[in-house]
Write a protein that binds this ligand. Sequence first.
Ligand SMILES: C[S@@+](CC[C@H](N)C(=O)[O-])C[C@H]1O[C@@H](n2cnc3c(N)ncnc32)[C@H](O)[C@@H]1O
Length: 237
Amino acid sequence: MATDKDHIALMFNDIAPTYDKLNHILSLNVDKSWRRKAVKRLKKSLADVSTPKILDVACGTADSTVQIAKSIEYAEIYGIDISDGMLKIGEEKVAKLGLQNRITFSKSAAENIDYQDNTFDAAFVAFGVRNFSDRKKGLQEIFRVLKPNGTLIILELSEPHNVIVRWFYNLYFKNILPLIGKCVSGNADAYRYLQKTVEKFPMPNEFMPLLTECGYKELKDIALTCGLCRIYQAKKS
Ligand SMILES: C[S@@+](CC[C@H](N)C(=O)[O-])C[C@H]1O[C@@H](n2cnc3c(N)ncnc32)[C@H](O)[C@@H]1O
């Protein structure tokens, strides 16, 4: 399984042209409602900030970035990602929607964020943390660029607890998803990688202590759709 940044970036460059389409097919469009729920929490956490600065880490093709811009009208948004291919599609999408004055993209890894300490009122990571080549370093870097009391929202896939849901989940993720991924993107490995990263991603009882170790406080863990996806919410102490 690819773990270094260059390999991961190349893989996302390869699937970038079909990423959005496949995302919606593979999740039966449920990803849209997961994103909406996460963005709603982000917005609520920023209720007292008039012009928030928000960092979308591993922004990919900017689906969440756009949703944040539409939902939080006065926000200045900064998207970072390591894949040129994903960023290019994100930039085109944002330009088509006329949002380019509010969203700035740059190529940067979560483990080495190109912004100064205490810059952002909030950071958002959708389906990105499990791809970080150094998860702890990425979470520490996000902590560094957040302002004190700034909010971190993470949206991430997870393995469901319930045995029956888990059985269907395994059938779908291990057999059907790589097949559809191969047919649409031509890259079965990338979609096998997706399944492996979800499998390897820690459950909340391991992930929450990592957030604490990185300095975050007021942690929340919200399960969505039988635990297939989770929102983690935290604050910089
Ligand atoms: C599954 S996509 C998610 C994209 C987007 N956030 C979304 O919600 O659709 C994962 C993204 O993480 C990016 N990525 C992987 N490792 C990264 C890292 N270490 N730092 C920044 N971005 C990374 C990939 O290039 C890819 O665009």
